[in-house]
Design a protein around this ligand. Structure first.
Ligand SMILES: [Zn+2]
Length: 271
C-alpha cells in the first residue's frame, strides 16, 4: 500500500478511527493540533501549572483577544494558529469552549479532540444540518458562510469607510449585529419563533446551534421546519441587507418574513 506512487486507499483515511472505516493509525499532525487545543483550553481554564500561569502573566489575560506578535516563540505562534482555526470551525470562542467541554469533559478525552482535526473527518457541529436534503443549495450556502462567520459585513471590509449597519444605519455593522442585535433581525427572529410556536430568543450563532443540536435535531416536521427556517432566514437577512446597502431598499420585516415563509414552504413541500 505504501510503496505505490498512488496509494490505493486515500492516505488520510487510514488515519480515521477504525469505526469510521480507517485503520486507526495516528495522524501526527492532527494529534499535535489536538495537544495544542488542549493546552489552549488549559490556559483559558487557568489550569494550575507553572507554564499556564506564566502565559497568563506575560502574554494574554484573555484567550479571546489572542493575536500573533512578532517576537513570540514558535509555540505561542502555533497556539494562536490553533485558536484561529477553532474559532473558524465553531463560529466563536464561546462555541469553541462549549465544544471542547464535550471533548475533555467526557470520557473520550484527547481521542475525541484528535478526531476533530483529522482532515475531512471533522466533527464540525454545523455539518449535519448543512447537508439536510430539505435545505436548498442557495440556503445551504448562506448557512455555510454564516456558520463560518464569513459574511462580508462592513466590519470585515477595511476599505469601506462608512461602517453603519445596512438595516438600521445606527450601529456599526458586524455579523452579530446584523443577524441578531439589529431591530430588523430581532423582528424577524421574533416572527420566526412565533411561527414555530416556541418561546425562545436566540441571540447568537452558538445559540442557534444549541437548538439545532438539541430540541430540533430530529427528522420530525417540526425539526425540519426549524432547520430549513434558520437557513432560509439567514439567506433572506443577508439578501435584504445587500439590497439595503446597494439598492437603497428600506428593509421591511413583514415583507422579508413573507418571502422567508414562501421559501420554507417550497423547500419542504416542493419536489
Ligand atoms: Zn442594525
Amino acid at each position: 500500500m505504501w510503496s505505490s506512487k498512488h496509494p490505493p486507499i486515500f492516505l488520510r483515511k487510514v488515519c480515521y478511527p477504525i469505526e469510521d472505516g480507517g485503520l486507526g493509525i495516528r495522524d501526527l499532525r492532527s494529534w499535535n493540533k489536538a495537544l495544542l487545543a488542549k493546552t489552549l483550553r488549559n490556559i483559558h481554564m487557568k489550569k494550575d501549572s507553572l507554564w499556564v500561569r506564566w502565559v497568563h502573566q506575560y502574554y494574554w489575560s484573555e484567550v479571546v483577544d489572542w493575536r500573533k506578535r512578532k517576537d513570540d516563540t514558535m509555540l505561542i505562534h502555533k497556539l494562536v494558529e490553533i485558536h484561529d482555526e477553532l474559532v473558524l470551525l465553531f463560529g466563536s470562542w464561546k462555541g469553541v469552549m462549549l465544544e471542547m467541554s464535550h471533548w475533555f469533559g467526557g470520557r473520550h478525552g484527547l481521542t475525541e479532540d484528535y478526531r476533530c482535526f483529522i482532515p475531512g473527518q471533522g466533527r464540525w457541529p454545523w455539518k449535519p444540518f448543512l447537508w439536510k436534503p430539505h435545505i436548498l443549495p442557495k440556503h445551504r450556502f448562506a448557512l455555510l458562510i454564516f456558520a463560518h462567520g464569513k459574511f462580508l459585513t462592513k466590519d470585515r471590509q477595511p476599505y469601506v469607510l462608512e461602517k453603519e449597519c445596512g438595516f438600521c444605519r445606527d450601529v456599526h455593522e458586524s455579523a452579530h449585529h446584523l443577524f441578531f442585535d439589529c431591530t430588523v433581525a430581532r423582528q424577524l427572529w421574533g416572527r420566526f419563533w412565533m411561527w414555530m410556536g416556541v418561546q425562545c430568543s436566540v441571540g447568537s450563532s452558538s445559540g442557534l446551534l444549541r437548538l439545532l443540536r438539541g430540541r430540533f435535531r430530529g427528522t420530525t416536521l417540526r425539526s425540519r421546519r426549524c432547520q430549513t427556517g434558520i437557513a432560509v432566514l439567514i439567506y433572506h437577512i443577508w439578501s435584504a441587507r445587500n439590497r439595503a446597502v446597494f439598492e437603497d431598499y428600506r428593509p421591511d420585516a413583514d415583507a422579508i418574513f413573507r418571502k422567508t415563509l414562501i421559501h420554507i414552504h417550497r423547500s419542504l413541500y416542493d419536489d
